[in-house]
Ligand binder design. Structure first.
Ligand SMILES: Nc1ncnc2c1ncn2[C@@H]1O[C@H](COP(=O)(O)OP(=O)(O)O)[C@@H](O)[C@H]1O
Ligand SMILES: [Mg+2]
Length: 309
């Protein structure tokens, strides 16, 4: 009987699997085991899932059993064969888990770096500017009164720079998020976006216990990107942000009354913003739903499970 790895390329998986399994049960050889592993590895690459493989195994076993009653010893061997075929799936699962961990770590590193830059902007640049104010005041003191006015303009520009730097540092990493939590930070963000864009932005939700820092940061960044999208693409008059947290999960919704759009079929084929949202969520085992169609506004729903809730 053929158990060749080459058949794996041409035959349907169930036929191929049944042949290799039968060969293994008959001869118990390492080659059949290796072929089973290879067939499963290819099936995985082709998008086959664990349940599908289990069904194929079960069916192959049922047919073999119908031909000749399988002894307990053979059933045990079939179990070993199935375990070997599951190992590519196990490895892929572990790889995905590692990927999620790496993504979460990357987000934490990125967020810490943003915090550092925000503090540097706020504190260090702020202090330098304060020294410039003092130096100017000293210079002005020694000048004849009629030349002092020219420094007023410079002072005004300096204050504008301070204002912009402070705004930028808050936007990079709002201290209110660390100090007061997600809901106040979203209210703060909503106010700024409303002022900047003229869109009415409301925030609903109950203030309750603080959420885990990674969840708060992720949801803040997600709402920030969703609001950027509303401002850039939606031509909306109003946006509602809703935050609801229960013991098991937290849900955040951003709904606008803008022009809507045709969502891309494949999650990977959309823009960088939505992809970034999905990545942030998948690092926390969360999910994203985008409900939209042209002329009907857009709703994005981000959901994150809470561990030990
Ligand atoms: N709220 C929205 N209203 C209308 N269109 C949107 C909205 N959000 C996203 N889109 C559409 O989806 C596309 C992808 O968004 P995104 O992934 O954030 O990428 P980008 O904003 O860089 O274009 C946008 O170009 C836009 O066409
Ligand atoms: Mg965007």
């Amino acid at each position: 009987m053929s158990n060749g790895v080459n058949d794996v390329n041409t035959k349907p998986l169930n036929e191929c699997y049944a042949e290799i399994l039968s060969d293994y049960l008959e001869h118990g050889n390492e080659t059949a085991l290796a072929s089973g592993y290879e067939a499963a590895r290819r099936a995985l690459l082709d998008g086959c899932g664990v349940i599908e493989l289990a069904v194929i195994h079960h069916e192959a076993l049922r047919r073999l059993n119908a031909k000749q009653q399988l002894t307990n010893e053979l059933l045990e061997k079939a179990g070993d064969f199935f375990s070997e075929c599951l190992s590519p799936f196990e490895m892929s699962h572990r790889g995905a888990q590692e990927g999620t961990r790496a993504l979460r770590h990357l987000n934490e590193v990125l967020e810490a770096e943003l915090k550092r830059i925000a503090h540097a902007l706020h504190d260090e640049a702020g202090q330098l500017l304060a020294s410039v104010h003092i130096a100017i005041a000293e210079v002005v003191e020694n000048l004849p009164p009629h030349t002092r006015d020219r420094f007023d303009g410079i002072e005004r520009l300096l204050r504008q720079i301070e204002f912009e730097l402070r705004g930028l540092s808050h936007e990079l990493r709002p201290t209110v998020l660390d100090n007061l939590g997600l809901l106040p930070a979203l209210e703060f963000l909503a106010e700024k976006v409303a002022k900047r864009t003229g869109i009415s932005v409301s925030v609903e939700g109950k203030t309750q216990q603080r959420l885990p820092p990674a969840v708060e940061t992720a949801l803040y960044r997600i709402v920030q990107e969703a609001l950027n999208n509303v401002a850039k693409h939606a031509r909306a008059a109003s946006v509602k942000i809703r935050l609801a947290s229960a013991a098991q999960k937290v849900t955040c919704t951003v709904q606008d009354d803008g022009i809507g759009f045709v969502p891309q079929g494949e999650p990977g084929s959309e823009g960088l913003g939505l992809m970034g949202i999905r990545e942030r969520l998948s690092a926390l085992e969360g999910t994203l739903r985008v409900d939209t169609k042209p002329g009907h506004g857009t709703v994005i729903v981000a959901e994150i499970p809470l561990k030990g809730g």
